[in-house]
Design a protein around this ligand. Structure first.
Ligand SMILES: NC(=O)c1ccc[n+]([C@@H]2O[C@H](COP(=O)([O-])OP(=O)(O)OC[C@H]3O[C@@H](n4cnc5c(N)ncnc54)[C@H](O)[C@@H]3O)[C@@H](O)[C@H]2O)c1
Length: 284
């Protein structure tokens, strides 16, 4: 089991879809992990998801699963992250929320600790501005589902030092991921290209170009991607897609306007797989 020198404990803020996945792969790679969410119920759900994810990981035998599970603990208290040697934030995709978290982390964590955000589209520079350590704030953007997806995007903020960037690559690589780098521009590489694609799929459905199944099949078989746009939107979470699209729209203009039907589904609380219904319906 490889581990980066000097990094024993990794803090993860947010125990949702991404936070639990990040906690899982980090524990499987041999790090101790502390996962923090705002309610104990969310912490418990996140830990259950880590546990079931570890059990599904064919590369781990029973002993390794138990050992990894024992390395993860949950908390609702941010001050417990004081012992972390690195923190990865995967909370709600709202700038104010992330800035509050980073300001708290800056006060809580030791001076040399790198604070990373898993943001899909928000500015790393703006998040870092809430701290007094903007040179040690970086984007480590995992893809969903974290245990399965092989790539991680490293996002370089205005003040992020080369040392911090190198550390972010090394950490992600130590988790078995391949990395690429993006400047801190809206949507970075992946979501800048992906979000208009998803929104166009939703518009094609809303404008009766084809059934949702045919749109997804067309894109899958026509362009050799594993999921079509509607299926992928459900998988990501429609609230996350809407927030990411709104950020891109605000920053980059009209070609990024979120589809009307996306907003309506989020208003109705149909957020995709995580609520059991989005464009498709999902059983227990
Ligand atoms: N879902 C995806 O496909 C995906 C992919 C890449 C990046 N991201 C990004 O990862 C982040 C998390 O997304 P997600 O899909 O896991 O969302 P999610 O809604 O599944 O989970 C977010 C969690 O953060 C918690 N939270 C909110 N405020 C908090 C705070 N102050 N402290 C601690 N926890 C807090 C929430 O209670 C929730 O459990 C977002 O920034 C998102 O844009 C998501």
């Amino acid at each position: 089991m490889s581990k980066l020198a000097d990094i024993g404990t990794v803090g993860v803020v947010g125990a949702g879809t991404m936070g639990s996945g990040i906690a899982q792969v980090t524990a499987a790679a041999g790090y101790d992990v502390i996962v923090r969410d705002v309610e104990s119920e969310y912490v418990r759900d996140g830990l259950e998801s880590v546990e079931s994810g570890l059990e599904r990981d064919d590369s781990l035998d029973g002993g390794a699963v138990r050992a990894a599970r024992d390395r993860v603990r949950g908390t609702t208290r941010l001050d417990e992250l004081a012992e972390a040697d690195l923190v990865v934030e995967a909370a709600a995709e709202e700038l104010g929320v992330k800035q509050d978290i980073f300001a708290d982390l800056d006060r809580t964590c030791a001076d040399g600790v790198v604070l990373a955000s898993n943001t899909s589209t928000l500015s790393i520079t703006a998040i870092a501005a809430a701290t007094d350590r903007s040179e040690r704030v970086v984007g480590i953007h995992f893809m969903n589902p974290v245990p399965v997806m092989p790539g991680v995007e490293v996002v370089v903020g205005e003040h992020t030092t080369a040392e911090t960037v190198a550390f972010a690559h090394a950490f992600a690589e130590d988790l078995g991921k391949t990395t690429w780098e993006s400047d801190d521009k809206p949507g970075f590489v992946v979501n800048r290209v992906l979000m208009p694609w998803i929104n166009e799929g939703i518009r094609a459905y809303d404008e009766d170009v084809a059934s949702k199944e045919d749109i997804d099949t067309g894109l899958k078989l026509g362009t050799n991607v594993p999921m079509g746009p509607l299926e992928l939107a459900d998988h990501i979470g429609l609230d996350i897609v809407l927030q990411a699209s709104e950020t891109l729209h605000e920053e980059l203009g009209d070609r990024y306007r979120p589809a009307y039907l996306l907003r309506r589904k989020v208003e109705a609380g149909d957020l995709g797989k995580k609520t059991g219904k989005g464009f498709y319906e999902y059983g227990e």
